[in-house]
Write a protein that binds this ligand. Structure first.
Ligand SMILES: Cc1ncc(COP(=O)(O)O)c(C=O)c1O
Length: 399
């Protein structure tokens, strides 16, 4: 045998978002003042009461392996949260705790997919879904959505793509990369299709709490008992509690799927960090004023960024209602040149922007949206203002 990397691993595309972050960090280390709109994490600190719970956990020796699917205390706190916030009733054996929502999503796909099974993904979509599907030997099938229709697929758009191999539909509301929030009618249509054609719904609700304009999050599993039986709800602590580094996510769903996920996880990674599980239990068990302040600040930043982007000649964006991302339509600039160099793609345009104007954004190719780039407004208002002023200067210099 030769010393080669396996074909399935060699074919994985590394996360574009992470590579943009590392490029802008390198520039910063060289003393360049880079404004980075790349990050997918809140710039707030984890609330103090959560940090204190972790310190107490260490002092009380909560430093050993836990049950692979998570402590009973945390799964109970998650069950209470799902009932309180989403009207969903689950027992502890219908819940699993993982190393972040990302792991929950991945092992859920592992539990559901056989080789060749198709997974419907509305696009633009989060960068990791197609790779995860391929890593589970599944086939990503994109449902292209349009800016004109708010990036939400109609029931007809979805039904056209359903085949006998359709196994899962991935729903992300609020959405990364475009902040779209699905309304009840669209969710109901998806739920009905799932029941009619018998496929699972993988509902990624990680941005549930980051929702604006007085809107309320709906979990698709709450639409009917029937659809709940074929939905896996995924959520986690990263975004709502500014706990990205703690790595706690979870999934709730039908017993057989959760059990299969548990078997997979028990061999792949064992339990999530025991100290972080204690901290997450505390976070989910009390009212949180810090979260409200964070959400209000994100809403103000959304307004600032949205107004500034739409004031840039020839640039436009859809007003996001959740998460902390905006997709900027740059189709009018593609094919133009900067300093004599033609910029034909979003990747080329974004790298010229970073190199010459020191602003990092994520090219749309990462999200199956080549006519866009994505900004994350999880940075201060003054940075948003400076960054968007630089973007305006860059596009006005294109010829
Ligand atoms: C849509 C979406 N789902 C899941 C995740 C992963 O979250 P976690 O930090 O809990 O793994 C992210 C993180 O960026 C995300 O944007």
């Amino acid at each position: 045998m030769s010393l080669t990397i396996s074909k399935h691993c060699a074919s994985i595309t590394p996360s574009v978002t992470l590579s943009i972050n590392s490029k802008s960090n390198e520039m910063r280390e060289k003393g360049i003042d880079v404004i980075s709109f790349g990050a997918g994490e809140p710039d707030f600190c984890t609330p103090e009461y959560i940090c204190n719970a972790a310190i107490e956990a260490i002092r009380h020796g909560k430093t050993k392996y836990t049950a692979s699917s998570g402590t009973v205390k945390l799964r109970k706190a998650i069950a209470d949260k799902l009932l309180r916030d989403n009207g969903l009733s689950y027992g502890a054996d219908e819940i699993i705790v993982s190393n972040g929502a990302k792991q929950s999503l991945y092992i859920a796909l592992q539990a559901m997919l056989d080789p060749g099974d198709e997974v419907l993904i509305p696009s633009p979509c989060w960068v990791s879904y197609p790779e995860m599907v391929r890593m589970c030997s599944g086939v990503p099938v994109y449902i292209r959505t349009s800016e004109e229709r708010g990036f939400i697929p109609s029931a007809e758009d979805i039904e056209k793509m359903i085949t006998p191999k359709t196994k899962v539909f991935i729903l992300t509301s609020p959405s990364n990369p475009n902040g779209v929030v699905y309304d009840y009618e669209h969710m109901k249509a998806i739920a009905e299709l799932a029941v009619k054609h018998q496929f699972y719904i993988l509902s990624d609700e990680i941005y549930e709490k980051l929702i604006y304009d007085g809107k309320k999050h709906i979990s698709i599993a709450s639409i009917s008992e029937e659809v709940k039986k074929q939905t896996i709800v995924v959520n986690g602590m990263s975004k709502a509690y500014a706990m990205t580094g703690w790595r706690i996510g979870y999934a709730a769903g039908p017993k057989d799927v959760i059990k299969a996920m548990g078997s997979y996880q028990s061999h792949a990674t064992s339990n999530a960090n025991s100290i972080a599980q204690e901290a997450a239990t505390e976070a989910l068990s009390r009212e949180d004023d810090d979260m409200k302040k964070m959400v209000d600040e994100f809403e103000a930043r959304r307004d600032l960024a949205y107004n500034m982007i739409n004031a840039i000649p020839d640039m436009r964006c859809v007003r996001p209602e959740g998460a902390f991302y905006i997709m900027c339509n740059i189709s009018k600039f593609l094919g133009k040149s900067y300093n004599g160099k033609k910029l034909s793609t979003s990747v080329e345009l974004c790298s010229a922007l970073l190199e010459n104007f020191h602003v990092a954004v994520v090219p749309g190719e990462a999200f199956e949206a080549p006519n866009y780039f994505r900004i994350s407004y999880a940075i201060s208002r003054s940075q948003i203002k400076t960054g968007l002023e630089r973007i305006a200067a860059f596009v006005s210099a294109l010829q």
